[in-house]
Ligand binder design. Structure first.
Ligand SMILES: Cc1ncc(COP(=O)(O)O)c(C=O)c1O
Length: 347
């Protein structure tokens, strides 16, 4: 009964079957295989325009490569202080860009929702044009954010406009892109290039793949440079067909959307259950993450009964994070709520 992360989930059987299919016979190496060629075409269809897609094995690589492509060593990347690139990537974006600076934007009306807004980013831009300071290069947002909230296409477009005004690009960390897509009932194009996004880290691993992410470039003319950067970063996989096969199966028959809808629905069921029991849910639940306030005693009892979840001190001393995934079981959600109801009755 694991609610720690969507990274603790296994891989979806359809993904494993696709891997078995890709395993038949030989295929050209380093992305020259037929599955990778089909995937390139599939991404063009998905985004309703020509894009360049670069499969990689981790989200950190996708983010760090995306940002390095557009950020010189003296560049600034504006992000939320809790952004994955800021707190969970061990300096990879800085390393891949040979020293760019990630600037946390800790202000604005959307800050407490884990999001950036254009005015707050504009205020954080410092000494533009002065040789003494890092220079605006990119704005990076996570869609959904690290607390599961969403950027509307209009909010994204405002950030893109601001980015343009200062010669920056807009990067989206879409480690949970499918969860955002189904929650917003928008198309991949509407959430990205139509709203001014230049580059997307497209996630698959958390939502049913076993190690499949991709950089999606909406300026395909930058593809040649990214090809060299990916190789140099050690993410040009010799047997890329196996990553491409995962992503192909992920998109087939809308598996990615079905999986994301399920994960989001399980999070809503959990949040509704918490509210019904009088447990305070922290912030809006929009995708597959629920933050709730539980006393140390209630948390310890739940954990002793086999429920796993993380403490989330950035949201408060009694904040806990519950993440659902494509394979979360309604029975586990119900069991957790039942246990909690029992606890409440006993007090
Ligand atoms: C918002 C976000 N971005 C990116 C990632 C990708 O990280 P990894 O390098 O572990 O695949 C994660 C995974 O936890 C994430 O939550």
């Amino acid at each position: 009964m694991d609610f720690r992360s969507d990274n603790t989930a296994g891989a979806h059987p359809a993904i494993l079957e696709a891997l078995a299919r890709a395993n038949r016979g030989t295929a050209s190496a380093y992305g020259e295989d037929p599955v990778s060629a089909r995937l390139a075409q599939r991404f063009n269809e998905l985004f309703e325009r020509e894009v360049a897609v670069f499969p990689v094995a981790t989200g950190t690589a996708a983010n760090a490569l995306s940002l390095a492509l557009y950020t010189p060593p003296w560049g600034a990347v504006y992000c939320h202080p809790h952004a994955h690139i800021q707190v969970s990537e061990c300096g990879a974006p800085e390393a891949f860009s040979a020293g760019a600076k990630l600037v946390s934007v800790q202000a604005g009306p959307l800050y407490s929702l884990g999001k950036l807004d254009a005015d707050a980013v504009a205020r954080a831009i410092h000494r533009e044009g002065a040789v003494h300071a890092v220079q605006p290069a990119a704005v990076s947002i996570s869609q959904p954010s690290e607390v599961g909230t969403l950027y509307t296409p209009a909010e994204t477009a405002q950030l893109a406009e601001l980015a343009r005004r200062h010669g920056m690009v807009l990067h989206v960390d879409g480690a949970r892109f499918a969860n955002a897509l189904v929650a917003l009932a928008a198309s991949p194009a509407e959430l990205t290039w139509k709203a001014g996004v230049d580059v997307l880290s497209f996630g698959g691993t958390k939502n049913g793949c076993l190690a499949a992410e991709a950089v999606v470039l909406f300026q395909p003319e930058r593809a040649r440079e990214l090809a060299f950067r990916r190789k140099r970063a050690g993410h040009l996989l010799s047997k890329q067909r196996f990553v491409a096969a995962q992503l192909e199966a992920y998109l087939e028959d809308e598996l990615w959307l079905v999986n994301a809808r399920h994960a989001n629905a399980m999070a809503h069921a959990l949040a509704d259950g918490f509210s019904a029991l009088g447990v305070r849910v922290l912030g809006p639940v929009a995708t597959n993450q629920v933050f709730a306030e539980l006393s140390p005693c209630a948390s310890a009892t739940l954990r002793a009964s086999g429920f796993q979840f993380y403490d989330w001190p950035t949201l408060g001393p009694e904040a806990r994070r519950f993440v659902t995934a494509f394979d979360s079981r309604k029975a586990d959600v119900d069991a957790l709520l039942e246990e909690l109801a029992g606890l409440r009755a006993a007090h």
